[in-house]
Design a protein around this ligand. Structure first.
Ligand code: DX5
Ligand code: ZN
Length: 224
């Protein structure tokens, strides 16, 4: 059994936008480990969400790790504002290509954890050039842009691959899954090697979020 800490990260994308502060506090008080903040620019993905101002607004209300996932075509112009707003980590997409190397370096230079993400249609090889420059590797299990989509089971093979690379090449990045993650698939993700479970609909959609987080935690902690 993996002895790595398992991290439950509710995604604010599924929160009540009319009560974001209250819903953030609900996630915190329900036992979340991290808060996942999905940033969408309407260009890299066909949707717009929110910017650094949201991170600034929730920062005073929790000490939890704020995990900003930038689904943006030009993250390099945004990272400083997210650092100032109080995020703890920033993840950008490997699909950005060569420019991602400089941006990952700049994220770390700001004292933040740097992550790289990969979309379902992309071949896992596109993340290889970044493995020595990251603290987190996000395997998207839906096509980015919207919450509430169905989990793409085929992405588990990518999770196994990056887990094997981490072991065989002596890396230590956190493996994160994001998209359609819920009670019916979180243990499969953990068995494949995931350490961090981003979940929006499956957690915020529950009246008793404490019970939902506890159930997810039990499922992912007790896999062989
Ligand atoms: C997709 C988003 C979502 C979100 C989680 O771009 O990244 O995956 O975090 O949403 P659910 O858990 O509702 O799929
Ligand atoms: Zn995300």
């Amino acid at each position: 059994m993996s002895d790595r800490q398992k991290i439950i990260a509710p995604s604010l994308l599924a929160a009540d936008y009319g009560a974001l502060r209250e819903d953030t506090l609900r996630a915190v008080q329900s036992g979340a480990d991290w808060i996942h903040v999905d940033i969408m620019d309407g260009h890299f993905v066909p949707n717009i969400s929110y910017g650094a101002e949201l991170v600034k607004a929730i920062r005073p209300h929790t000490d939890l790790f704020l995990d900003s996932h930038l689904m943006c075509s030009k993250p390099e112009i945004l990272i400083e504002s997210f650092a100032k707003a109080g995020t703890d980590g920033i993840t950008i997409h490997a699909e950005l290509g060569e420019s991602a190397h400089d941006t990952l370096r700049d994220i770390r230079a700001l004292g933040l954890r740097a992550g790289v993400a990969i979309n379902p249609p992309s071949d896992i090889s596109i993340v290889e050039p970044f493995l020595s420059e990251i603290d987190l590797l996000l395997v998207m299990t839906v096509n980015p842009g919207f919450g509430g989509q169905s989990f793409i089971q085929e992405m588990l093979e990518k999770v196994r691959t990056v887990r094997d690379w981490r072991t065989s090449r002596d890396f230590n990045y956190i493996i994160q899954v994001d998209g359609g993650v819920g009670m019916q698939n979180c243990s499969l993700c953990a068995q494949a090697g995931a350490d961090c479970f981003v979940s929006g609909t499956a957690l915020f959609g529950q009246h008793d979020m404490t019970k939902a987080i506890l159930e997810m935690r039990n499922q992912v902690n007790f896999v062989s």
